[in-house]
Each structure stands twice: as C-alpha cells, then as structure tokens.
Unconditional design. Structure first.
Length: 153
C-alpha cells in the first residue's frame, strides 16, 4: 500500500495503531482491496514521492473491505457522487501497525533484488496505491527490512 508522506506515514500508523485506508478512487486498486485482501494479510507500507521512495514498514489487514463512507459526504475530500449507501462503488480496509523498518528500502533496492523483478511496484508506470504482492516477494522485502544497517550505510 502506497501513501505520500505528506498524507500519512508509517510513524503515523505506529502512533495510531490502526487506521482506515480510505480514499482509493481507482477501480483496480478498489478491486484488490474488496476482492482479495483478508484479515491477517501482510501489508508493505510504501512511502511514495518520498526521498527516497520505498518500503518503510509493515502492517496487517485488520478489517476486511467495507464501503468507503467518505464517498457520500459532500464537501469531504474523498466525496464522489458515484454509487450510494445502497449500491456502494468505493471500498476501504483497515490496517494495523506491525513494525517500522530501521531504514527505508528504496525502490532502487527493490528493483535490484533477486526475486523482486516481477513485483508490481518495480514495473515501469506502476502507480496504483494498492498493489498485489506475492508471499515470496513479501518475505524477501521483510528480510531486507529486518537486516541490520551496515556501518557504511
């Protein structure tokens, strides 16, 4: 799950403990949340448009997809006149904090790491805020994030 640091960070999630992942207004990302994410699924928290952009920590899905009620609040930044309470279009999930990595795993590192060559975030033009990750990819990123920083880092 990708988010710009100006909007929300892994430190914000650590402080809050849990949050809703609302405001997704892309059908493909919505479908991933609604149809594939389940309670207990691991989440890679990715800081986009950051310096550097990359994975900053881990979360877990704590509540399965439910209608994004902000879509119906006129004046709210996530208001969208598609759908209704009776027939929702937009969904969100809740995520809970698991841990913060000592250092951000930059996109360049993800691209250069064996086993991550097909990871969606490493593909050119990949801009979705919610992207699928295989178990193997998740495990590789977790290993990268939990390694001790080298003295030269």
């Amino acid at each position: 799950m990708k988010c710009e640091p100006a909007a929300y960070t892994i430190d914000d999630l650590a402080r809050d403990g849990e949050t809703s992942w609302e405001g997704v207004r892309n059908y493909q990302a919505r479908n991933l949340m609604r149809d594939q994410m389940r309670v207990g699924d691991g989440v890679l928290f990715y800081a986009s448009n950051a310096d550097p952009s990359g994975v900053t920590g881990l979360a877990t899905v704590s509540k399965p997809a439910y209608p994004d009620h902000f879509a119906w609040k006129k004046g709210h930044k996530y208001f969208n006149d598609r759908g209704s309470k009776a027939s929702p279009v937009w969904y969100m999930v809740d995520i809970a904090f698991v841990g913060r990595f000592a250092d951000t795993i930059p996109l360049a590192t993800l691209k250069a790491t064996k086993g991550l060559g097909k990871m969606v975030v490493t593909q050119k033009g990949s801009r979705l805020s919610v992207q699928p990750v295989t178990k193997a990819e998740y495990d590789i990123v977790v290993r990268l994030g939990r390694r001790k920083p080298r003295a030269s880092d």
